[in-house]
Design a binder for this molecule. Structure first.
Ligand code: FES
Ligand code: FES
Length: 218
């Protein structure tokens, strides 16, 4: 039966099908089929390598929820969450000390999970809720961890303190009755150059309504 290009769905209106073209170019049916499958594979590979849309390098508009408020800002894709909080939103309670993920001074929470904001890109936050040290208090009423840090004099220079408080608050969210070991583990990434660890442990346990066992030395 002769081939009818008009009724062939693979033939564009008024055109020639890819297979028809290949056959017309001197390839047999088998050769045309092999070449056609190769072209299809190349087309699919090209589509995959094209990947998702690329943001930047200029400023892009993003919306992030910080301390319960939706904030719209424009940032370059390279901007970290710590930079966006401090420089775009004026929330300077989050401290940047090492700026390379090794001290946890910049700890904030994303959906209650503590993260180092100097290693989190602002454009990657998405719809997760950001809580900073400014968002812990309920109006004039301090978060129990904040109050306990004051009561137990758990800070000296204060550079590590916002991160320490955020790590301890996140611990109490997921474990309301932590042990001393739990507290030590929760702040194991938080470096304090002033050596306030014993008082930080006391404060976290006091905030949880726990008492540090006397038998466990500092
Ligand atoms: S400032 Fe982010 S981990 Fe040190
Ligand atoms: S209080 Fe100074 S680094 Fe911790």
């Amino acid at each position: 039966m002769p081939h009818d290009p008009v009724s062939d769905p693979n033939v564009p209106p008024g055109g020639v099908s890819r297979r028809g073209f290949l056959k017309g170019a001197g390839l047999g049916a088998a050769g045309a089929a092999v070449l056609e499958s190769g072209l299809t594979a190349i087309a699919e590979a090209s589509a995959i390598s094209a990947g998702p849309a690329v943001a930047g390098p200029g400023r892009v508009a993003i919306s992030i929820t910080v301390n319960g408020k939706l904030r719209k800002i424009e940032v370059e894709p390279r901007v970290t969450l710590a930079e966006a909080l401090r420089d775009e939103l004026g929330l300077t309670g989050t401290k940047v000390v090492c700026d390379r993920g090794s001290c946890s001074a910049c700890t904030v929470t994303l959906d209650s999970t503590p993260v180092v904001s100097c290693m989190t890109l602002a454009i990657d936050v998405g719809d997760r809720a950001v809580t900073t040290i400014e968002g812990l208090a309920n109006g004039e009423i301090l978060h129990p961890v904040q109050q306990a840090f004051i009561d137990h004099d758990a800070l000296q220079c204060g550079f590590c303190t916002p991160g320490m408080v955020m790590s301890c608050a996140a611990l109490l969210d997921r474990n309301p009755a932590p042990t001393l070991e739990d507290v030590k583990s929760a702040v194991s990434g938080n470096l304090c150059r002033c050596g306030t660890y014993p008082k930080v442990f006391d404060a976290a346990l006091a905030a949880a309504g726990s008492r540090r066992p006397e038998s466990q030395g500092r």
